[in-house]
Ligand binder design. Structure first.
Ligand SMILES: *Cc1c(COP(=O)(O)O)cnc(C)c1O
Length: 267
């Protein structure tokens, strides 16, 4: 099957011919590239066309594609069964390695980064008994309803839904502030400090290009919410095990940490 035929068959099955909007190439004058296999840093389409992979499956493949040691380990694990719906030695082994590398006290495994941020927010709301959550414009935390929000006008605003299908009432539970702006954070907490459960942030913003955090912003994130009894959720889904082995180290005072991408290795 060549590239054109594969695109045609996919178009008959999936909206946009792909399984995620970013893969559709609708924003650029080109068609989706179908990838049939990959090795190391190279991707190959169905016609043998070769590409250098700068995407790495959007983050997880820090070791590249099909490294021999990874293929062998995955094969061995698969031969013993892949899902049990029960406690298993593999999860304890992985949990222990993550704990040793990050210093996190306790962990819970879920299926995706989206579920991890969604769960962290639910936990923060339950622990504080408050409803509002603050995020920063340009940061991405997965596609749960309450996090698909954008900034309205003004410096510190309640969110507007960023997608059809997200009710305004749900978007309004999320405040959206400018990144790297400690004064906007302080202003938010002066106005909504008693109602705010948590602040969620990417320690280095990786979803609007790469925007490094300023020291004063990191300082405010770790002090202002705490002064008002709110929690800090550190979303290290991109930065974890990528900036270095373990956490970025930029937000040591965070209450909850989300990991994803690299720790799943693309599986
Ligand atoms: C990718 C990403 C998520 C969502 O993870 P999924 O596994 O795609 O659901 C959340 N937060 C950040 C910072 C991410 O980069």
């Amino acid at each position: 099957m060549d590239n054109a035929e594969l695109r045609e068959r996919a178009g008959a099955l999936f909206p946009g011919g792909v399984s995620s909007p970013v893969r559709s190439f609708k924003a650029v004058p080109d068609e989706p590239v179908p990838i049939a296999r990959a090795a190391g840093a190279r991707l190959y389409d169905t016609e043998g066309g070769e590409y250098i992979d700068y995407v790495a499956a959007y983050g997880p493949l820090i070791l590249g594609h099909a490294h021999a040691a990874v293929v062998e380990a995955v094969g061995e694990a698969a031969a013993g069964g892949t899902a049990f719906g029960a406690l298993s030695p593999g999860e304890v082994d992985l949990g222990k390695r993550i704990k040793e590398a990050t210093g996190l006290e306790r962990l819970r495994f879920v299926n995706s980064g989206t579920e991890s941020t969604m769960t962290a927010i639910r936990l923060a709301r339950a622990a504080t008994g408050r409803d509002l959550v603050v995020k920063f414009d340009g940061c991405y935390h997965g596609h749960s309803d309450g996090l698909l929000v954008k900034a309205g006008s003004g410096v510190a605003t309640l969110g507007l839904s960023d997608s059809a299908g997200v009710p305004e009432s749900i978007a309004a539970g999320t405040g959206v502030l400018p990144y790297n702006d400690p004064e906007a954070l302080a202003q938010w907490f002066r106005e909504h400090g008693d109602e705010t459960a948590a602040v969620i942030v990417e320690p280095v913003a990786g979803n609007m290009g790469v925007v490094p955090p300023e020291d004063a912003f990191l300082e405010a994130l770790q002090t202002v919410p705490k002064q008002h009894g709110a929690l800090l959720i550190n979303d290290e889904i991109i930065t974890g095990f990528r900036l270095r082995y373990g956490l970025s180290g930029l937000l040591p005072e965070a209450d909850l940490v989300c990991l994803g991408k690299v720790i799943g290795g693309g599986l």
